[in-house]
Write a protein that binds this ligand. Structure first.
Ligand SMILES: C=CC1=C(C)c2cc3[nH]c(cc4nc(cc5[nH]c(cc1n2)c(C)c5CCC(=O)O)C(CCC(=O)O)=C4C)c(C)c3C=C
Ligand SMILES: [Fe+2]
Ligand SMILES: [Fe+2]
Length: 387
């Protein structure tokens, strides 16, 4: 076997403030992020939402220094992982493939082909699987493998999720423990897991295992922690008009404040790096909500970043995957009848008429929405919560 490639998948984030709008456009162009029944509408709607959301999003990025730290942290993780795997006697090269910003997944794959890699371990940096995150990146890769003869010569294996790995759980428990021990009375502090939300329809209609994996993950972390602290799980970062997984983080914080909880250790759970939703949303917005609710000591547990125990656990995971039976696209993106990864699949029949009707309706809604929004500065998109 030749040299092995490890492809780290991540979301990507704008490096600088000018990148925010095109980054948002890429994000909203993804059918796994906005699930529309008709493909032709995806790009116009992505353009509309990214243009209208850019200002608010830019303001948030300005509060954390004008860009996302995600690229830098992911590169540091890649370097640490490569070093660890080399120490373990593995001849591997690590690649980074971001879904919505540089270095794009397409760039990583071009490099993998260039380097003549014969086997790739695909490792998403999301501990839990969601259609909207790892699923979306797997779909991009699946399309590349299906259409590229050179890639078809490259063996691959996917790691769908890894939230139950003991080394990951131990690392999370270590960081929580360190934060708890900063409270005068550590046993009294409440552990508050804040997961990134997804729309309820992903779980209930599309069969996304995300909620189940998040719940199981928090339970396992608490078990590993082995302390008697009470804990809560809530979901943050809701975007748009539809219902997302509940309880929402801000509501849960208010409820804990009402119950007289004063010491809170907040744990970001869906992501292993610091990013805008830890540094801005939790550290600034939710901190304010919590303090207004009467929570006096709001401590945020840091993201894993390059925590040594975490890097070691990723290295073990890669080695185990090299040895195991390969896991293919088919088994992850179409595991059973109930999971609907690609929203447009079920619309392929009779597409022309349906597409025409939807095109017409949504174009009208979009056009008038934009007009009202531009004229009044506050229109339907504000009302439904997208902006
Ligand atoms: C596991 C983590 C994540 C899930 C699940 C997820 C789903 C999801 N996200 C949006 C919309 C947006 N996400 C944005 C940024 C963003 N999202 C995640 C992670 C998950 N998203 C991260 C780590 C980041 C930040 C990257 C960075 O710059 O550091 C944004 C842009 C920021 C903003 O304007 O708020 C949007 C929009 C949806 C709709 C969704 C599920 C369907
Ligand atoms: Fe997101
Ligand atoms: Fe957000």
């Amino acid at each position: 076997m030749g040299r092995i490639g490890v492809l780290l998948l991540n979301l990507g984030g704008p490096d600088k403030i000018e990148d925010v709008r095109p980054f948002l456009y890429n994000l909203f162009s993804d059918p796994e992020i906005i699930r529309l029944p008709v493909k032709a509408l995806q790009k116009p709607l992505a353009w509309l939402i990214s243009t209208l959301r850019a200002k608010k999003s830019q303001d948030n990025y300005l509060e954390i220094g004008g860009g996302s730290p995600l690229r830098e942290i992911t590169e540091a993780q890649a370097e640490a992982l490569e070093k660890k795997l080399k120490e373990m006697g593995q001849d591997v090269k690590i690649y980074i493939g971001m879904r919505y910003w540089h270095p794009f997944t397409e760039e990583a794959i071009a490099q993998i082909k260039n380097d003549g890699i014969k086997k790739v371990v695909v490792l998403p940096l999301y501990p839990q699987f969601s259609i909207s995150t790892s699923g979306s990146s797997f779909r991009v890769l699946e399309e590349m493998w299906a259409t590229d003869e050179v890639l078809q010569e490259v063996d691959y294996t996917l790691i769908p999720s890894w939230y139950e790995r003991p080394g990951y759980l131990r690392s999370m428990a270590d960081l929580i423990e360190q934060e708890l021990d900063k409270f005068p009375n550590p046993d009294n502090a409440h552990v508050f897991f804040s997961a990134h939300g997804v729309p309820v329809s992903y779980v209930e209609e599309a069969g996304d295992p995300y909620q189940k994996e998040i719940e199981e993950c928090t339970r396992l972390i608490m078990e590993t922690l082995g302390r008697s602290n009470e804990y809560t799980l809530a979901y943050q970062s809701k975007v748009g008009p539809v219902e997302w997984l509940q309880p929402y983080t801000d509501d849960a914080l208010k409820e804990l404040g009402d119950r007289g909880i004063e010491d809170l250790a907040v744990v970001p759970i869906s992501f292993v790096s610091e990013h805008i939703e830890t540094l801005q949303e939790i550290d600034m917005e939710y901190r304010e909500v919590a303090e207004e609710a009467g929570i006096k000591n709001f401590h945020r547990v840091p993201a894993l970043n390059v925590y040594p125990g975490f890097i070691d656990s990723l290295a073990d995971l890669v080695v185990d995957s090299i040895d195991a039976e390969p896991c293919t696209f088919e088994s992850v993106t179409h595991p059973n009848e109930n999971m609907k990864m690609y929203p447009q699949e079920k619309w392929q029949w009779g597409l022309t008429t349906a597409a025409e009707v939807w095109n017409g309706r949504l174009a009208m809604i979009g056009f008038f929405g934009l007009l009202i929004e531009l004229l009044s500065g506050s229109g339907p998109l504000h009302m439904v919560g997208i902006l």
